[in-house]
Design a protein around this ligand. Structure first.
Ligand code: GLU
Length: 466
């Protein structure tokens, strides 16, 4: 059997969002070869900055394409805006064979016809008027300078059938489709025309795309049939809904990939989350892209829409942070945070980050707590510390001076001298040292804190400050 080839074919009219990213990922997971094509025929809305962002986002996600553009500079291999000559050949072929015809109907005429059909309870579709024009009629209209769209002549009363790899057998009657426009009056191709031509010419074997494209598929299959072109298989994947059940949008949790990247999400977290939206893996642990690919099963894709839940993304983010190595974590930190961490404290700080943070902004907080003087505890926290009393902190100070960076020795001495144990021992210390009652193990805090800050904070509560 030939290699499976999938593709991602975005229109560069905006930033990639989670729904697009999922389509791209599932396509990359399924195909043995993966192609990227830029569908930029909408000249008004397509922008090369969006292509650039898109390439960046794909690279960031780690979705490598075997074929496709490497830069935003449009070229006829992968940018539809540069492939007009190719589409023209197929328009000519269809026209020559009487399988497409120019249509001169005005917007008003089409609207009237649509309303009449709707009011008599029929689904609106083109009434075929211009399909009955003879060559002289057509010539006369063209001579008059009338602009024409090109319509595909849909065979009457036939069934178009295909097996959707997600949704199962599909059946459409051509009479419900009606002759459709394949080239607009301004000469630009209709989306599903060039989309079909390119999938075939580029050797795509499997099209994975959103189920909102399902109704385009019978038309595309008719185009393939008319042109005698090889046809890919289709898998229409269910849509992703926001947590309120409405289509995913900014309001209900969707973000652009760019935004997620800026918030410090790791691409692997995103991949692990997206690969599981509406798709089940036996393995519930964090997987690499290769593992996600190896165990991806198109038969496991659900038919019903799935909800996007930000807490799932956060779960995977946490998983990635917990296993990240020092280098990865260090690069992930904000520059200002890096600047606060003394060289000899890097390892212990990263250990704290790995076990306590999910986002770089949380690491900022800990760096400020550990390495700057900016501890601004609330009154509540101050009281937690104060409850232990000045003697407790005097003992702590004494123990810290004796034990140095040996946390166990410090604790043993303090316990001994103060008689405190359990929560009464840990909480006041935690509150005094970090200005918080949550956070890293006390041992880690103790080791990461700069010695002069450690002492200073103990002194404040021991009543010997200043
Ligand atoms: N350019 C189309 C889109 O972004 C591609 C649809 C398809 O995957 O066939 O919706």
């Amino acid at each position: 059997m030939n290699q499976t080839k999938t593709r991602f074919a975005p229109s560069p009219t905006g930033l990639l969002h989670l729904g697009n990213a999922r389509t791209a990922l599932l396509s990359a997971l399924f195909g043995e070869r993966f192609l990227l094509r830029i569908e930029d025929t909408d000249q008004e809305r397509s922008r090369s900055e969006f292509v650039e962002e898109l390439l960046d986002d794909m690279r960031w996600m780690g979705l490598a394409w075997d074929e496709g553009p490497q830069s935003a500079k449009a070229n006829p291999d992968y940018f539809q805006s540069k492939r007009g000559e190719i589409y023209a050949r197929y328009y000519d072929q269809l026209e020559r064979e009487g399988l497409a015809y120019p249509c001169f109907c005005t917007a008003t005429e089409l609207e009237v016809s649509r309303k009449v059909q709707l009011s008599s309870g029929q689904p609106p579709r083109y009434n075929g008027k211009c399909g009955r024009l003879n060559p002289e009629d057509i010539e006369r209209r063209l001579q008059k300078g009338l602009q024409a769209t090109l319509r595909f002549r849909v065979p009457r009363n036939e069934t178009v059938e295909f097996i959707d790899l997600v949704r199962g057998p599909q059946k459409f009657n051509t009479d419900d489709i009606g002759d459709f426009i394949i080239r607009r009056a301004d000469g630009t191709p209709a989306f599903f025309f060039c989309n079909a031509i390119d999938d075939s010419l580029m050797g795509v074997t499997h099209v994975l795309r959103g189920e909102d494209h399902l109704s385009n598929t019978p038309r595309q299959l008719l185009i393939y049939q008319a042109l005698g072109l090889p046809t890919p298989e289709y898998a229409h994947i269910s849509l992703v809904l926001g947590d309120d059940g409405a289509p995913l949008s900014k309001r209900n949790g969707s973000r652009s990939l760019n935004q997620l990247r800026e918030e410090g999400y790791f691409p692997l977290a995103l991949l692990n989350m997206l690969a599981r939206v509406g798709h089940h893996y036996e393995n519930e642990g964090l997987m690499s892209f290769e593992e996600l690919k190896k165990y991806f099963d198109i038969g496991h894709l659900g038919k019903s829409p799935s909800r996007f839940d930000i807490t799932h993304l956060q779960h995977w983010q946490e998983e990635v942070v917990r296993v990240a190595n020092d280098e990865t974590l260090w690069i992930w930190l904000h520059k200002e945070t890096q600047g606060l961490v003394p060289l000899q404290k890097q390892a212990s700080f990263l250990d704290i980050v790995r076990t306590n943070c999910v986002f770089p902004s949380q690491a900022d907080d800990w760096a400020r707590i550990l390495f700057t003087d900016e501890l601004m505890p609330t009154m509540e926290i101050v009281n937690v510390a104060r409850q232990a009393g000045e003697m407790f902190f005097l003992a702590a100070l004494d123990a810290a001076i004796t034990a140095g960076d040996d946390f166990n020795a410090f604790m043993a001495q303090l316990k001994n001298q103060s008689g405190a144990k359990g929560k009464a021992l840990f909480m006041p210390l935690r509150a005094a040292l970090s200005g918080r009652t949550d956070g890293p193990e006390l041992a880690k805090l103790y080791q990461a804190l700069e010695p002069h800050l450690l002492r200073k904070r103990l002194e404040e509560y021991a009543g010997v400050a200043g």
